[in-house]
Ligand binder design. Structure first.
Ligand code: ARG
Length: 464
């Protein structure tokens, strides 16, 4: 930038001394908020169009400003723009450069607005786009999960509660649980769009303005639904930031749970899933190792994303209305959480494509821990008009009997079963079959193969 009278902070007309070099350096946000340049320029263009329409600035001034802004946008896009910490943030850097490009008429651009409404206008537009990017990435991962679920509908594994074998499930059904989690994430992000659809532009510093501006016009022009209602609330509000960080945190928590689960299943003790060499790392000392580092990376990242959420919450706590410098860190948190979650989703997508079930081990494990005991209790209820509690008690004694004789439930003979209920016949033995067990869970949302297939095709249609 050239050295001229503009090479000073804009407020230097009253503040005679140059600001502390240290603060200029560390208090500047340009390194972070330059990411908002497109949104900032779009906001400025809409603003000057409106100022002209309302006869607040002339046609000539408006055109000059638009010309200058277009030129600046190109400079930034082509990486020819020199950002200067001295001008603190993206708004002042652009305004300063506008003076250099078009001269003193640049001075009209800040009529009837403040950086306070400017920054949140930019930021809301950015977060709206980030929300769409999240939606796209979530859809992508859901589709990848659907693909592997489809291939594994008839693969039987133990479902766990308390990490103890509980009941038999379809591996496809298990994977479809992940689809539900990500579908909720998607809805959570989409729900945030409502608050993001109110335009802050024109509330100015905090009071609104005496100029005859048209906030509906700028609102429409920038893709918002309508202007915000209260000028003071508008510049103070960062709920939309918290909403975004919260949604990101929940998504990160889901990714972390899935990662942890796959780590456990991949452990030598479980060996339920295999990880392709593409998604493991070796050890520097132990030649035999194949470690699930990528999954551990995913599990850990929820930590930094929660940190971003809690950082923002802490800044907001007790902060009086309206704008304070404290708020400037909002962008740092959101950009960091956003970049992290996008990376995590992409990485998880790659992982999902490179895992495969160890069907044999899944079945072996499912055959342990008497996981068809509940099926047997249900059988008693259905066939001997017993209450469930009664059947539960009888089944417990059957499990005790099996355990004592070191047998699996299905290895017991009919005479042993008859000790529990004399009228039992061979027919009862079928409840110990794992496939029968899975397929008997036909209630809506249950794990029967037919149910899972239906759910997969429902999602496939929905995500097309
Ligand atoms: N860089 C500032 C931020 O992000 C822009 C708003 C500045 N407003 C002010 N009154 N200092 O928060």
């Amino acid at each position: 930038m050239t050295k001229n009278k503009n090479n000073r902070a804009i407020w230097n007309t009253r503040i005679k001394k140059n600001i502390s070099n240290l603060y200029q350096d560390i208090g500047s946000s340009i390194d972070i908020d330059k990411r908002l340049y497109k949104e900032d320029i779009a906001g400025s263009k809409a603003h000057v169009e409106m100022l002209f329409k309302q006869k607040i600035i002339s046609f000539k001034v408006k055109n000059k400003i638009i010309y200058g802004l277009d030129k600046i946008e190109k400079e930034i896009t082509k990486k020819k723009f020199i950002f200067n910490k001295k001008y603190e943030d993206i708004h002042m850097n652009i305004e300063k450069r506008l003076f250099e490009v078009i001269g003193d008429e640049a001075g009209y651009i800040h009529t009837a607005r403040s950086r306070n409404d400017q920054v949140i206008t930019d930021f809301k537009i950015w977060i709206k786009n980030a929300t769409l990017e999240m939606e796209m990435n979530l859809t992508k991962i859901m589709k990848s999960i659907l693909k592997i679920a489809e291939k594994n509908v008839e693969v039987i594994m133990p479902g766990f509660t308390h990490l103890k074998n509980a009941q038999a499930v379809s591996f496809g059904h298990y994977l479809m649980a992940y689809v539900e989690m990500f579908n909720r994430d998607k809805k959570r992000f989409i729900n945030n769009l409502e608050n993001l659809s109110e335009s802050p532009l024109g509330v100015s510093a905090l009071t609104g303005t005496s100029f005859n501006i048209d906030r509906n016009y700028t609102s429409k022009k920038l893709g918002f639904k309508n202007p915000t209602n209260n000028s003071i609330d508008t510049v103070s509000d960062r709920d939309f930031v918290l909403d975004y960080l919260f949604s990101t945190s929940v998504c990160a928590m889901h990714i972390s749970r899935i990662a942890e689960e796959l780590i456990i299943w991949n452990s030598d003790a479980f060996s339920l899933v295999k990880l392709n060499d593409k998604i493991v790392t070796g050890s520097s000392i132990m030649p035999q190792k194949k470690n699930p580092d990528l999954l551990e990376y995913l599990r850990g990242k929820s930590g930094s994303i929660y940190g971003d959420l809690f950082g923002m919450f802490t800044i907001m706590k007790g902060l009086p209305l309206s704008y304070f410098k404290d708020l400037q860190d909002d962008k740092k948190f959101v950009f960091s959480a956003h970049d992290t979650i996008i990376n995590c989703l992409k990485l998880l997508d790659e992982i999902i494509k490179h895992i495969s079930p160890n069907r044999k081990k899944m079945l072996e494990l499912a055959n342990m821990g008497h996981i068809t005991a509940t099926d047997f209790a249900d059988y008693l209820v259905k066939n001997f008009s017993m209450s469930f509690r009664e059947a539960y008690k009888k089944t417990s004694s059957l499990v005790n009997l099996a355990e004592k004789s070191g047998k699996k439930l299905e290895e017991l003979n009919i005479n042993q079963l008859k000790k529990i209920q004399p009228r039992l016949s061979e027919d009862a033995l079928k409840v110990f079959n794992l496939k029968n067990s899975v397929n008997s869970k036909k209630s809506f949302g249950g794990t029967s193969f037919g149910n899972v297939k239906k759910m997969i095709s429902k999602y496939k249609k929905k995500l097309k």
